[in-house]
Design a protein around this ligand. Structure first.
Ligand code: SF4
Length: 391
């Protein structure tokens, strides 16, 4: 089995979105808008929701941000999680505003009675708390711990990963001692081997807390997407992970697209179209990169799970993309449209992009009408949706 069975966990309810158990792995992101500005924050949450984001985290760095929450939380398009550090009054304000989840490390709150106050209110409201351990901000290792790991001949990766796990367990114990169990855990690091080892170690422990996966500060879109795909993809393939956040230095809607692409790659979620495009070779006779990018943009508006292929030649294209629901093989002066690898239509080169778009809409329409996914042969083609219907 290539993808291991999912690690069993308890199920948490974050504002109606279920996380853990057999529920779909949830894609989340973090708003970059200033929480002190409710209109700006709500607009970005809506933008993220439109991109498919299922839960959005917002930073609550100070009292002004906390004071804005009553103008944000009830109006948000998806459940919100307040990201809070150190200051327990901010957590109380967030809970009072009806926040759907907290990201808070109880061990970082100085006074125990303040922790008790937050936990009691979270318990009363049924609000989950994520313990978020980041290697970059974890407390310094104690000499005893370093000695203990040295005796076990631990590598640097094992040393760091185990320290993160111990840190998470310390925070968990504070919550468990207060009889609080609505816990999620994340163990993020920039170094992929460290985060892999930390999550793997934690997942082997006898608890069933859902795991939020992330590679922290993964970087700019190109490098960050790859780092996240390797880190998150490896864990997901091991059956570890219940919600994911891809961290990229760009507009957060990109994080949502990348998150879903990771899940789609492992066939853990189906959302929208999947595009197959050949890398091109010496046989290609058209500007395939331009065509592929135009179709890629078009597919962003398609919510149905459909596989679309854009291939560079009529000779090998359909055969190479046999599993695609619909595709285009571009050639010199003509293009062919195919379904499931069978050629169904030949069109002049200047019509091929529009013809492929129409065929995609036709497949979607056929599916919705319960029409079997058989090839439609030339002459039977009757578009039932117009291009403008999804533009
Ligand atoms: S589909 Fe044609 S152009 Fe594309 S890589 Fe294959 S052989 Fe080359």
């Amino acid at each position: 089995m290539l993808v291991a069975p999912r690690r069993p966990t308890r199920v948490l309810d974050v504002g109606g979105v279920k996380i853990g158990g057999d529920n779909p792995i949830v894609v989340q992101s973090m708003a970059t808008a200033d929480t002190r500005n409710p209109a700006e924050t709500l607009a970005q949450v809506q933008e993220l929701a439109d991109a498919g984001c299922e839960v959005v985290r917002i930073a609550v760095p100070d009292r002004k941000a906390a004071a804005a929450l009553p103008d944000i939380v009830p109006f948000a398009a998806v459940p919100l999680i307040a990201d809070i550090h150190f200051e327990h009054t901010l957590a109380l304000k967030a809970l009072e505003a009806g926040i759907h989840g907290l990201r808070l490390n109880p061990g970082n709150i100085r006074k125990h009675e303040d922790v008790v106050e937050v936990v009691e209110l979270a318990k009363k409201r049924g609000t989950p708390i994520r313990i978020g351990v980041n290697y970059g901000s974890v407390a310094p290792m104690t000499p005893e711990f370093v000695d203990e790991m040295a005796q076990k001949n631990a590598t640097q990766i094992e040393l760091r990963a185990e320290w993160m796990v111990r840190s998470a367990l310390g925070h968990i114990k504070i919550l468990e001692d207060l009889d609080f169990g609505l816990i999620k855990v994340s163990l993020k690091a920039f170094e992929v081997p460290v985060m892999l080892e930390a999550y793997r170690r934690f997942a082997a422990l006898p608890n069933d807390y859902p795991l939020h996966l992330g590679v922290t500060e993964a970087g700019t879109p190109r490098a960050g997407s790859v780092r996240s795909a390797v880190g998150l993809g490896t864990l997901l393939a091991l059956g570890i992970g219940d919600t994911i956040r891809v961290s990229l230095t760009t507009n957060p809607t990109e994080e949502v697209f990348v998150g879903f692409e990771i899940l789609k790659s492992l066939e853990l979620r189906q959302k929208g179209a999947t595009m197959i495009a050949c890398p091109t070779c010496g046989r290609v006779e058209v500007d395939l990169f331009r065509i592929a990018n135009e179709i890629d943009d078009f597919l962003l508006k398609i919510d149905d799970p459909i596989r679309v292929a854009v291939m560079g030649c009529v000779v090998n294209g359909p055969g190479e993309a046999r599993d695609a629901d619909v595709g285009l093989a571009a050639g010199n002066a003509k293009g062919v449209i195919f379904r499931k690898g069978k050629i169904v239509k030949t069109i002049p080169e200047d019509e091929m992009i529009d013809a492929l778009k129409r065929e995609i809409l036709q497949v979607v329409e056929d599916r919705r009408n319960g029409v079997a996914d058989e090839p439609v042969f030339e002459g039977q083609y009757k578009p039932m949706l117009t291009l403008t219907s999804v533009s």
